[in-house]
Design a protein around this ligand. Structure first.
Ligand code: PEP
Ligand code: MG
Length: 585
C-alpha cells in the first residue's frame, strides 16, 4: 500500500502500464565503421515515423478538440526538424560512434543540465517538450510502443512520473481506468485530465516507478489517495467490489442529466462547469451542467505558439459559447504567471516567489494593449448572447483600485468598438476572490462588482501559506480547515447581504463534504469539473438546506480539520451512502 494525494475520486483495479523515463540503460557499445551509415539511416527513418505520428496526432486533435490545442504538436514537429537538434545527433553518431538512442540520451542530458539552472517554469515546460520528442523518436528506434499505440488496447492503469502533454492527449484513445503519478498534485496536467474524464487518480506517489512493472496488478483508490501494488486475492476482491459500485454509481448518476438541481426541500441550485476548451464545454452538456462557471482562457494562450490575436480569440470564444450548456459562460481573463508562463509576456526573468509575484490581473494591467485585446474579443463574442449569459471575471483581484481599473479598461474597450462600428454585448463584471486581502475587504470591493466567484484553490493556498502544488505541504492546503471555513462563510454572508450573486469555482465545489458545508453557508451556485455535476446533483436531492445548516453549525464549532472531515464525511455517508466513495475533500 502506498499513500499519495487524492486528485480524482473513484476506485480502479487493473493492469499497470508504466511510462518510464526513457533510456534507463542506453546502449554504450561503440559502432563499427561499417555500422555508422546504417545507424544514421535508422535514425532518419525513426525521425520520419515520429514526424508522421505528430502530424496524424495534430490532425486528429485539430478535428476533435480544436486548432489551438493541436498547435503543440506542430511545435513538437519543429523541434524534431530543428537543424541544431539533428546535427548534434548525427555528429555524435559519426564522431563518437555511439548509437542513435545513446545520442538522443546524451542530447537530453545536455538539455537537462542547461535547463536545470533555470527556475523559469516556461523553460522547464519546454524541456518536457524536448523530452516528449526524444521519447517519440526513441520509441520508433527501439520499437518500444508509444502510449498511443495498440499495446494499450485493454483497460490499463497508467503509471508515470508526470504525464507529458502529448501523452495526456494521446490517452484520449486508450482505455485508461486509473492514473498514478510520482509528481504533481491537484493542478498538474494529469490531475486536470483525470478529473475532467472522471478517471480515478492518485498523485505524489514518490518512486512508484521503481516498485511496479508493466503488467502488474494495481489498485488505484482516488478517493482515499492510495494505491495497492500486487494486491492479494482478498484485497483484490474487496477493491473489485468497490470498483463495480463506482461504475454503477457513475452510470446511475449520469442518468440524472436532464433533472433540475434542487435540494430535497425544493431549493434550486446552479451547478456549473469549469472548462479549459471546447471539448470540456461539450462534456459539461453531457453531464447536465446548467452553464459554465469558469472558462480558463489561459489554455488558449498556453497551447498557442504566439499571442492569439483578437480575431482568433473571438473565434475561440464563440466556439466555446456555442458548445456550452445554455450558451451561458463565465469567461475569466488571462490567469498566467505562477506556474503557467508564456515567454511573450516578459516572463523571461526569474521571480523568487512567482505565486506571490507578477501574475494574473497584475500582468494584464502591465500589458494594457494585450488586456484590451482580450476584453474586446469577449465583448464582441457576447454580441448575440442573452442578457447576463456571458459574464467576465478577473483573477487575483487584491484591491478596490484594481477592480476600478478593470471597469475603466472595459469602458475603453466598449468606446473603441463603438467608434469602429463593431457590435458587442453587455457583460456583467465580476471578481475572483482568491486573495485573503480581498476577502477581508470584500464589503468595500462589492461596491464595484456585479458578481463574485470564490477561487478556493488559490484562496486556500494563500490563507494557509501552503503551495497548492507541493505535496509536502498538502496537509495544510485543506479546504475544510477551520480558518478556511470561517473566511468562506464570512465572504458568502457579505455577498448575500449586499445582494451580489456569488459562486464558488475551486475544486472543493465538486467534493461532497465541502458541498454540504457551502450549501449550509447559503451558497447556491457551484462550479466544478463536469464529471462531478451528476454526483453533486444527486447529493443535493437527498439533502435539505436545514440539515446542511445544522451540519455547518456544528462543523464551525470544531477546532481541527481532522475532526471536521471525519464528522462531515460521516454525515455524507448517512445522507447518500454511495457518494462517500466520491469524497476527496
Ligand atoms: C481557483 O484558484 O480556485 C481557481 C478556480 O482558479 P485556478 O485553479 O485556475 O487557479
Ligand atoms: Mg486561481
Amino acid at each position: 500500500m502506498r499513500k499519495g494525494i487524492a486528485v480524482s475520486p473513484g476506485v480502479a483495479v487493473g493492469t499497470a502500464y508504466c511510462i518510464h523515463e526513457i533510456f534507463v540503460n542506453p546502449d554504450t557499445r561503440k559502432l563499427e565503421d561499417s555500422q555508422i551509415t546504417a545507424e544514421l539511416a535508422r535514425y532518419e527513418t525513426a525521425r520520419d515515423k515520429a514526424a508522421a505520428d505528430l502530424r496524424a496526432l495534430k490532425n486528429k486533435v485539430e478535428r476533435q478538440v480544436g486548432p489551438d490545442e493541436a498547435a503543440i504538436f506542430g511545435m513538437h514537429e519543429s523541434i524534431l526538424r530543428d537543424a541544431a537538434f539533428t546535427n548534434k545527433i548525427r555528429g555524435w553518431v559519426v564522431n563518437q560512434r555511439i548509437s542513435a538512442p545513446a545520442a538522443l540520451h546524451q542530447l537530453l542530458n545536455e538539455y537537462s543540465a542547461l535547463f536545470a539552472r533555470t527556475r523559469d517554469e516556461y523553460l522547464r515546460e519546454r524541456l518536457n517538450d524536448v523530452r516528449d520528442v526524444v521519447n517519440r523518436i526513441s520509441g520508433h528506434l527501439s520499437d518500444v510502443l508509444q502510449p498511443d499505440s495498440t499495446v494499450l488496447d485493454g483497460p490499463v492503469i497508467v503509471i508515470a512520473d508526470e504525464l507529458l502533454p502529448s501523452q495526456a492527449v494521446a490517452l484520449g484513445d486508450v482505455n485508461v481506468m486509473g492514473i498514478v503519478t510520482q509528481r504533481g498534485s491537484q493542478t498538474s496536467h494529469a490531475a486536470i485530465i483525470a478529473r475532467s474524464r472522471g478517471i480515478p487518480a492518485v498523485s505524489g506517489v514518490t518512486n512508484v516507478l521503481r516498485q511496479v512493472q508493466t503488467g502488474d496488478l494495481v489498485v488505484v483508490d482516488g478517493s482515499q489517495g492510495q494505491i495497492v501494488l500486487r494486491p492479494d486475492a482478498e484485497t483484490r476482491a474487496a477493491y473489485l467490489k468497490l470498483e463495480r459500485e463506482f461504475f454503477d454509481l457513475k452510470d446511475q448518476l449520469a442518468e440524472n442529466r436532464d433533472q433540475p438541481a434542487v435540494t430535497s426541500d425544493g431549493v434550486a441550485l446552479r451547478l456549473l462547469a469549469n472548462i479549459n476548451n471546447v471539448a470540456d464545454a461539450k462534456a459539461a452538456v453531457a453531464m447536465g451542467a446548467s452553464g459554465v462557471g469558469l472558462y480558463r482562457t489561459e489554455y488558449l494562450y498556453l497551447t498557442h505558439p504566439n499571442v492569439p490575436d483578437e480575431e482568433e480569440q473571438l473565434v475561440n470564444y464563440r466556439q466555446v459559447i456555442a458548445a456550452s450548456p445554455q450558451q451561458l459562460v463565465t469567461i475569466r481573463t488571462l490567469d498566467i504567471g505562477g506556474d503557467k508562463t508564456v515567454p511573450y509576456l516578459g516572463h523571461s526573468h526569474q521571480e523568487a516567489n512567482p505565486f506571490m509575484g507578477w501574475r494574473s490581473i497584475r500582468l494584464s494591467f502591465e500589458h494594457p494593449e494585450f488586456f484590451l485585446t482580450q476584453l474586446r474579443a469577449v465583448l464582441r463574442a457576447s454580441a448575440d448572447a442573452k442578457p447576463g449569459h456571458i459574464r467576465l471575471m478577473c483573477p487575483m483581484i487584491t484591491t478596490l483600485e484594481e477592480m476600478r481599473r478593470v471597469r475603466t479598461m472595459v469602458r475603453r474597450a466598449r468606446r473603441e468598438l463603438e467608434e469602429e462600428g463593431k457590435t458587442f454585448g453587455d457583460v456583467p463584471l465580476g471578481l475572483m476572490l482568491e486573495v485573503p486581502a480581498a476577502a477581508v475587504a470584500i464589503d468595500v470591493i462589492l461596491e464595484v462588482v456585479d458578481f463574485v466567484s470564490i477561487g478556493s484553490n488559490d484562496l486556500v493556498q494563500y490563507l494557509m501559506a501552503a503551495d497548492r502544488d507541493n505535496p509536502k505541504v498538502n496537509h495544510l492546503c485543506q479546504p475544510l480547515s477551520p480558518p478556511v471555513l470561517r473566511v468562506l462563510n464570512s465572504v458568502i454572508q457579505s455577498c448575500l447581504r449586499a445582494d451580489r450573486p456569488v459562486t464558488l469555482c475551486g475544486e472543493m465545489a465538486g467534493a461532497p463534504s465541502a458541498f454540504v458545508l457551502l450549501l449550509g453557508m447559503g451558497l447556491r451556485n457551484f462550479s466544478m469539473s463536469p464529471a462531478f455535476v451528476p454526483s453533486i446533483k444527486d447529493l443535493a436531492s437527498h439533502l435539505s438546506v436545514d440539515r446542511a445548516e445544522r451540519i455547518l453549525h456544528r462543523a464551525l464549532q470544531m477546532k481541527t480539520v481532522a475532526h471536521i472531515k471525519r464528522f462531515v464525511h460521516n454525515e455524507v455517508a448517512d445522507i447518500a451512502p454511495s457518494l462517500a466513495l466520491l469524497d476527496t475533500a
